[in-house]
Design a protein around this ligand. Structure first.
Ligand SMILES: [Zn+2]
Length: 73
């Protein structure tokens, strides 16, 4: 049984989120592991989390809008 793809996560642009992403590259030592990115800036609404090992884009599992938004100096 393969893991079903998670439902797509939509991001509003130019906001900060708490994002959980998973490495789905079987050749990577991070395979199957999940990583939390907080805060994660949504830029133009496209959030890409890249694995530091294999440099592939991870699968984004969830994105929670930070409330309140973090102060950015
Ligand atoms: Zn990887």
């Amino acid at each position: 049984m393969s893991t079903p793809p998670p439902p797509p996560v939509t991001f509003e642009p130019a906001l900060y989120y708490d994002v959980t992403a998973r490495d789905d590259n079987p050749d990577c030592e991070n395979y199957g592991q999940t990583f939390e990115v907080n805060p994660c800036y949504s830029n133009g609404g496209q959030v890409v989390i890249q694995c530091g090992r294999c440099r592939r884009n991870m699968t984004i599992l969830s994105g929670t809008l930070l409330d309140p938004q973090p102060e950015v100096s």
